[in-house]
Design a protein around this ligand. Structure first.
Ligand SMILES: C[S@@+](CC[C@H](N)C(=O)[O-])C[C@H]1O[C@@H](n2cnc3c(N)ncnc32)[C@H](O)[C@@H]1O
Length: 277
């Protein structure tokens, strides 16, 4: 599969459906296309290109393939421990708190945050904006129904992250599933937002964008970092995934480390206006 074939397919998807994968990491895109071709019994990219353009079901399958929605509750417990220790005290100083989960997938991360904010007595003054460009994932997130197969692992994560209650007090079990409590959902706003093509989301105190930028090429990472910088208040906090960072972006100097290992950064105070655009 040549680079030209891949870029022609991505261009066609963008023109027809408005989803822009042109600056995603080539290795990631190549793997996912190969996978879809073998699952659909297709032999070359031109075949998949013409099917994607003709058949919205195939297009939607490919979009699901390209948007990896793997997630967990309290994923990387050390990160959540650090969030409790260093970020919560910062958030406590604000009369109201806006948190943005960018690339929230099926919502486990946003429910984890809602639990922490409840335990810290902050949830009533918090709004959590949980966004993704994958509407199917967002619909599942909104329902808040997860398979109980994962609950054992989530419970361990929760305990290691400094959980103060029993995780089971936040859901009810129902025929192999767990249903997250309504009280956690009440301040979560689920919204479709594309980090590549949509603009600044809101003036927020905390942004979590974990395990999303890893799929983006450097220029696109930079573009998205600009969006985050302009969405955060002065002194706001940015959290990235364990394999992500700011070092190779234009914004490295604009943040202080809160916890270098856990990829938690605090936006420096700006005397002049925020960066243009
Ligand atoms: C691996 S999941 C990460 C989920 C969660 N943040 C975590 O760390 O567990 C990556 C998510 O990013 C979303 N995503 C990828 N590109 C995106 C874009 N351009 N705009 C918004 N979301 C995007 C995918 O749909 C997917 O749900």
């Amino acid at each position: 599969m040549s680079e030209f074939e891949i870029s022609s397919l991505l261009q066609a998807i963008y023109q027809k459906y408005g989803y822009d994968f042109r600056q995603y990491s080539e290795a990631h895109i190549r793997r996912r296309i190969m996978n879809r071709m073998s699952m659909s019994g297709l032999k070359d990219v031109s075949q998949i290109q013409s099917m994607v353009l003709k058949d919205e079901t195939i297009a939607s399958q490919l979009l699901q393939d390209l948007s990896i929605t793997v997630t967990e509750m309290f994923r990387d417990s050390g990160f959540y421990k650090s969030l409790r220790d260093y970020v919560i005290p910062i958030l406590k100083t604000y009369p109201f708190i806006k948190i943005w989960h960018a690339g929230c997938a099926t919502g486990e991360e946003a429910y984890s945050m809602a639990i922490i904010m409840q335990e810290e007595g902050l949830y009533d003054r918090t709004t959590i904006y949980a966004t993704d460009f994958n509407q199917q994932a967002l619909n599942k997130a909104k329902e808040g129904i997860f398979s109980n197969k994962m609950i054992k692992e989530y419970t361990i994560n929760y305990q290691l992250s400094g959980g103060k209650e029993s995780l089971s007090s936040y859901y009810t079990s129902n025929y192999g599933n767990v249903i997250m409590n309504q009280s956690l959902k009440k301040n979560i706003v689920w919204a479709n937002h594309n980090l590549v093509t949509d603009s600044v989301f809101a003036e927020v105190h905390l942004i979590l964008c974990r395990n999303v930028l890893i799929y983006f090429e450097k220029d696109l990472q930079n573009k998205v970092q600009k969006l985050f910088y302009n969405s955060l208040i002065n002194g706001g906090v940015l959290c990235l995934g364990s394999k992500e960072g700011l070092r190779f972006t234009d914004f490295y100097e604009e943040y202080k480390d809160v916890d270098k290992k856990q990829k938690i950064f605090k936006k420096k105070y700006q005397l002049a206006n925020a960066l243009e655009g």
